[in-house]
Design a binder for this molecule. Structure first.
Ligand code: SF4
Length: 320
């Protein structure tokens, strides 16, 4: 069973042919569903229906087991091999000079450099360049097999938080990870994008998103009936969160119902009973921010729901 992220799916046949050359007896299946992370292996279904000898999961490191349930971690006869897909892109001196110009706008001594799996080999070069300019720059150590040096996930920024930096340099593309980095640290985030060979200050975007999230939090303050959403994807079933949130909901004396979803969408939420005033999503904490922010009622991450239910609004909690 071959699993690839969406951007690499066009290569799936080439990879399958390559495996066939080496292992002529291999029967290869290509997983067509999106695979957004190592949390998204579809392991129980694959084990049940196909029971393949091997899942080759490309592009992610294994999902940290402490964030999910033991039951939902891959455990069965099917082995999973995680293959990192590393980018060969480099960053040149001009781009690093640009980065330094962006950093100079902030009065930051301690700088943390983090990124996604694809670009982690660039991190030491960037750290060294910042040190040569006099900054106290660092990155986090690897935590094998779950994290390489400086690696962050959309729902896990421990690698950044342990650095206690005043500013973060994020190495990678897109907005997904650097936005999470801002929300988890509430510190300036400068993105160095090897794909577009561009430096961008994402702090204003982070601040704007934070304000929107605080609005959602305020909307949920008077909710009398909550929907607690549990996830059914391999690494997105989190009983520890269900327990924590249900205790808080009970202690607050509000009614709640539990909903189970493998794939949660705005349309799916619209079909649920109108009595629900607010939702909290325990599966992927990015859904409320990236996919469900336009829903008419507040849909919160676990950390945001804890803020509402404990009344502690001073410090923004993300993601849990
Ligand atoms: S952010 Fe969501 S999709 Fe990404 S690893 Fe975490 S739970 Fe999975």
């Amino acid at each position: 069973m071959l699993q690839l992220p969406e951007g690499m799916k066009p290569l799936s046949i080439k990879i399958a042919d390559c495996i066939r050359q080496k292992c002529p007896r291999a029967e290869i299946y290509i997983h067509g569903d999106p695979s957004y992370g190592a949390c998204d292996l579809s392991y129980p279904e694959l084990e049940y229906y196909l029971s393949p000898d091997l899942i080759i999961h490309i592009g992610h490191t294994p999902y940290p087991p402490e964030l999910a349930s033991k039951k939902s971690s891959p455990q069965g006869k099917t082995r999973v091999v995680y293959i990192p897909a590393e980018s060969r892109l480099d960053v040149d001196e001009n781009l690093l000079e640009d980065l330094l110009r962006f950093i100079e706008k902030y009065d930051s001594g301690n700088i943390g450099v983090v990124g996604t799996l694809q670009h982690y080999r660039l991190i030491p070069k960037i750290v060294n360049r910042l040190r040569r300019r006099g900054y106290n720059a660092s990155t986090s150590p690897a935590r094998p097999p779950y994290f390489v040096e400086g690696q962050v996930l959309g729902c896990e920024y421990g690698s950044a938080l342990m650095l206690k930096s005043d500013l973060y340099v994020y190495v990678g593309g897109g907005l997904f990870h650097p936005l999470g980095l801002y929300l988890a640290t509430m510190k300036p985030v400068i993105k160095l994008d090897p794909y577009h060979q561009k430096v961008e200050d994402l702090t204003p975007y982070g601040e704007k998103t934070y304000k929107k999230r605080m609005y959602k939090i305020m909307q949920a303050m008077n909710a009398k009936h909550w929907g607690l959403v549990l996830g059914l994807k391999t690494g997105q079933y989190r009983p520890w969160l269900e327990k924590q949130l249900s205790s808080l909901l009970i202690s607050k004396g509000v009614k709640y119902d539990v909903f189970l979803f493998e794939k949660l969408t705005i349309e799916a939420l619209r079909s649920l009973p109108q009595e629900i005033d607010a939702y909290v999503v325990t599966s992927c904490p990015r859904l409320p921010i990236d996919d469900l922010a336009d829903f008419e009622k507040p849909v919160l991450t676990p950390g945001e729901a804890v803020m509402v239910l404990t009344g502690k609004l001073e410090r923004y909690r993300f993601p849990w």
